[in-house]
Design a binder for this molecule. Structure first.
Ligand code: ATP
Ligand code: MG
Length: 378
């Protein structure tokens, strides 16, 4: 795979730091993904240089989390997080360390990371990999293994439990048995993690096929969720729809702070999941126009079929101007006439402008004379 600009830039930063006498490596997901031949989401560099030394070398950088020893080095659209080797102080709240110690050794830096496959250090100049925790072997074995004592590591930071499930799903790895047992034992503590962080992990884990593991880990039950839909999907809304069918009150939408668009899609998908047919082509086409429609077959396993775009979105036969020319007084009935006309068009009943004009005259005449008009004015 050809190196991308961001990868080149991360490598450049690493060389520069090395050339100035610091230890410097690519680390974390980008190394793991490179060894797995997967595209990396982001690139992280770690170095023995202290934050002010990093800033000194890369003037175009900002101290994002200076107290965490992280510097954001930027060039145009490119940005790379450059962190100083660190070790973590005690974790008191299940979220973050009370303090961090900068200027730790590479080994100490590795041991504060979550999983062995995430603690690989690459010198991209030489291709040499440093692997203080056995991450390369676990990559071979396709295992998510906590570094050190899993209970301790998950007690420190409860989010790591969900990260384990997410990595296992995304990489199609297994959670190493002792690591899984620790998660099962500590699962109730996931409730202390901020809702958004839980949701962000689920948005990656569930479409990747992680629902079964989410359940097996005990994390789903701890959150009051029963995710029985285990398939991989192209969109999280399919999973929210499936969950909605198991939890019809939909309370999890608020609990997990699910964005409005995903909610709306999930509700529409769930509402149409038992559908087997349509009253007419127009109804089918209007449904097939919805952006979530292709997901319905992922949810139900049944393909209801669709139509070519030209049939879903035929050019309207008439406009409001045409109705005005017919002498129909402008008003709210325009919308209704045009919609009824579109229904007839979608059903293939009307195909020409001439027939459309007749249809429009017919409806208005009928409406003016018939009882429907009188009722609708009540
Ligand atoms: P991806 O970017 O694909 O989500 P990643 O492994 O790069 O995966 P990031 O969240 O980008 O994950 O974090 C970068 C690295 O920082 C991780 O590989 C890991 O070494 C470390 N890390 C991140 N979050 C934690 C955590 N909660 N506990 C311990 N180490 C962590
Ligand atoms: Mg990353």
């Amino acid at each position: 795979m050809a190196a991308t600009a961001i990868e080149d830039y991360a490598n450049f930063i690493q060389y520069q730091l090395s050339a100035h006498g610091h230890q410097a490596y690519l680390v974390g997901g980008c190394v793991r993904d490179k060894l797995l031949n997967r595209p990396a989401k982001d690139f992280d560099v770690v170095t023995s240089a202290l934050p002010d030394q990093i800033v000194g070398l890369f003037p175009n950088s900002g101290l994002v989390g200076a107290h965490f020893g992280v510097v954001l080095v930027r060039q145009g659209d490119l940005q790379v997080e450059v962190a100083t080797f660190r070790s973590d102080g005690p974790y008191l709240d299940g979220r973050r360390p009370q303090n961090v110690h900068l200027g730790a050794s590479l080994e100490a830096d590795a041991h504060r990371r979550d999983f062995t496959i995430n603690a690989l250090y690459l010198d991209s100049q030489t291709g040499k990999i440093l692997d203080p925790t056995g991450g390369q072997q676990d990559l071979q074995l396709r295992l998510i293994r906590a570094i050190g004592n899993p209970e301790d590591r998950f007690s420190e930071d409860h989010l790591r439990m969900l990260r384990a499930v997410r990595f296992a799903a995304e990489l199609d790895f297994t959670i190493e048995p002792q690591t899984l047992v620790a998660i099962q034992n500590l699962a109730p503590r996931i409730r202390d993690v901020a809702a958004e962080r839980i949701r962000i992990e689920l948005e990656r884990a569930l479409p990747a096929g992680g629902a079964a593991l989410f359940q097996e880990s005990g994390l789903a039950a701890a959150l009051g969720l029963n995710p029985t839909f285990h398939a991989k999907t192209s969109h999280i809304a399919v999973h929210w729809a499936a969950l909605l069918r198991n939890h019809p009150d939909g309370a999890f939408f608020d609990v997990l702070k699910i964005p409005n668009r995903d909610r709306a899609w999930a509700q529409a998908l769930a509402a149409n999941a038992d559908r087997t047919g349509f009253q007419d082509q127009a109804e089918h086409k209007r449904l097939a126009r919805q952006p979530w429609y292709p997901l319905l077959s992922e949810l139900t396993g049944r393909d209801l079929g669709t139509y070519p775009a030209s049939e879903l979105w035929p050019k309207p036969l008439l406009t409001g101007a045409d109705l005005q020319q017919l002498g129909i007084p402008p008003g709210p009935q325009y919308k209704q006439i045009l919609q009824d006309l579109e229904t007839a068009q979608l059903n293939g009943e009307i195909t020409t402008k001439e027939d459309a004009l007749k249809f429009a005259i017919g409806t208005t005449f009928h409406e003016a004379a018939g009882p429907r008009q009188a009722n609708s004015q009540e």
